[in-house]
Design a protein around this ligand. Structure first.
Ligand code: FE2
Length: 235
């Protein structure tokens, strides 16, 4: 799962009003460090073969147990090196680690969202507030689907197509990200639905025909998960 580490001593701090009142205080002894937890590969919420015939088991197994696992491992390595660079005050090393943190951190964030965006019981159309927002911001579900498909198919090389929420403007937006650039860290949009268009996500089944993979993936989109993400980010 996604975890963070802190290397600063905790002394005392006031809780914000939304988390328990302005007068509340927590204390911990100086020098007490929150130990760093390594990131781990999250389990898939379904079997590797559960998305067939739309995405086959071989793709899912390699994608999850090899590709995603590699992002997790390399993120842990990069964070360890970053921690050492911080401890030494080595700014050059800190800067040189940024691409590895972005690529592997993004890969971990993106895939963690992606697995939950899919379901063997998926497909169809969303309901309720999410559907209303899609109609408001894209005209119709068909128009939204067409736009997200076109943006995803059009990603040059490797990357992702996204449906995100623009919190400042209170509306849904479609965006494309290159490589493993994470949506929120890159654009500020809150990720709701990500479509992985790296070849590792489809080549074994669809070869070089990315549009066929896009056509198929709509049959396994977990709208309950996307709706739940939308409800959460609107709070
Ligand atoms: Fe991927």
């Amino acid at each position: 799962m996604l975890t963070r580490w802190l290397s600063i001593p905790i002394c005392s701090f006031a809780l914000p009003a939304c988390m328990g009142g302005s007068s509340a205080k927590l204390t911990a002894p100086l020098g007490c460090l929150v130990s760093r937890q390594k990131h781990t590969l999250p389990d898939l919420p379904y079997d590797y073969g559960a998305l067939e015939p739309h995405i086959n088991a071989e793709i899912m197994q390699l994608h999850h147990s090899k590709h995603h696992a590699t992002y997790v491992n390399n993120l842990n390595v990069a964070e360890e090196k970053y921690k050492e660079a911080l401890a030494k005050g080595d700014v050059t090393a800190q800067v040189s680690l940024q691409p590895a943190l972005k690529f592997n951190g993004g890969g971990h964030i993106n895939h963690t969202i992606f697995w939950t965006n899919l379901s063997p019981n998926g497909g169809g159309e969303p309901k309720g507030e999410l559907m209303e927002a899609i109609k408001r911001d894209f005209g119709s579900f068909a128009s939204f689907k067409e736009k997200l498909t076109a943006v995803s198919v059009g990603v040059q090389g490797s990357g992702w197509g996204w449906l995100g929420y623009n919190k400042e403007q209170g509306r849904l937006q479609i965006a494309a990200c290159a490589n493993q650039d994470p949506l929120q860290g890159t654009t500020g949009l809150i990720p709701l639905l990500g479509i992985d268009v790296w070849e590792h996500a489809y080549y074994l089944q669809y070869k070089n025909v990315r549009p066929d993979y896009l056509k198929a993936i709509w049959n396994v989109i977990n709208w309950e998960n996307v709706s739940s993400r939308y409800a959460t980010c609107k709070k």
